[in-house]
Design a protein around this ligand. Structure first.
Ligand code: G3P
Ligand code: MG
Length: 254
């Protein structure tokens, strides 16, 4: 059976639920266990964070250092993939997740590429070169995932590089109210399919504006069931949440 594309899913008239870093309320963030839990809870997709190892591998981890979510120390960019793979990314959360590894993006595509839509958030600084974006384009190509993913980033400069390397891949601009206006400027000249606002930016006026611009709207991070229902009723395309099962059952009830 043909898998539906992410464009088809966003345009199907339903509000999709994406697990933020997996189901991070109940499992260690950005691990295969957290993604499997999101899938089991009925999420349509997952959001994950991407960093580059010293030897150029795409690793799925939120911070630019391994300290907070593994038993190791140091910057991701200073560690090789082999060194990162030796770390325990589960015990900090709970002993029951001891031995969980930091996955690569290849690992995630292998395990969930067929089952879940994937929002890949590039964590990258404006000063860096396009090494990560080039690796990402190759990885998406290897797994034939270009129609199953959306790439998001807070940095318009990174999104411009993504567009140059992957002209047909969906892109979402991440933002929140306290970002300086100058930060927004480069995004105005770059077509992107989606806006990823912090959820408190979204109201009826915002949705009217976004629709007039032709944007898909995917809001983060929504853990309050009443707020999720309100966003669904406003017509948001996707809700990114730490607790997908909780939000899905609230949306089903109302
Ligand atoms: O993609 C939404 C959200 O993940 C952005 O912030 O810090 O949780 O990656 P953060
Ligand atoms: Mg993120």
């Amino acid at each position: 059976m043909r898998r539906r594309t992410i464009r088809e899913a966003f345009n199907a008239g339903e509000t999709l639920v994406f697990g933020h870093r997996g189901a991070m309320a109940q499992a260690p963030m950005n691990t295969l266990a957290a993604f499997e839990l999101a899938r089991g809870q009925g999420a349509a997709g997952i959001e994950l964070d991407l960093q580059l190892s010293r030897d150029g591998h795409l690793v799925v981890i939120h911070d630019d250092a391994v300290d907070a979510t593994t038993d190791g120390v140091g910057a991701v960019a200073e560690l090789t993939l082999a060194e990162i793979k030796r770390l325990d990314a589960g015990s900090w959360f709970s002993d029951s997740f001891a031995g969980e590894a930091v996955p690569t993006l290849d690992d995630v595509f292998d395990a969930f590429g067929g089952a879940l839509l994937i929002n890949i958030e590039i964590k990258s600084s404006r000063d860096s070169v396009d090494r990560m974006e080039r690796q990402l384009a190759q990885c998406i190509g290897r797994h034939n995932m270009s129609e199953r993913i959306i790439v998001s980033c807070f940095d318009p400069v990174v999104l411009r590089r993504v567009r140059g390397l992957m002209p047909t891949v969906m892109m979402g601009f991440l933002y929140q109210p306290d970002m300086p206006a100058a930060h927004y400027l480069p995004i105005k000249k770059l077509w992107h399919e989606a806006r990823h606002p912090r959820h408190d930016m979204v109201d009826e006026g915002y949705m009217n504006w976004a629709r007039a611009q032709g944007y898909i709207v995917n809001a983060w991070t929504v853990n309050d069931p009443q707020r999720a229902i309100a966003l669904r009723d406003l017509g948001v395309n996707a809700i990114i949440t730490d607790a997908p099962g909780h939000i899905i059952s609230a949306l089903k009830q109302c």
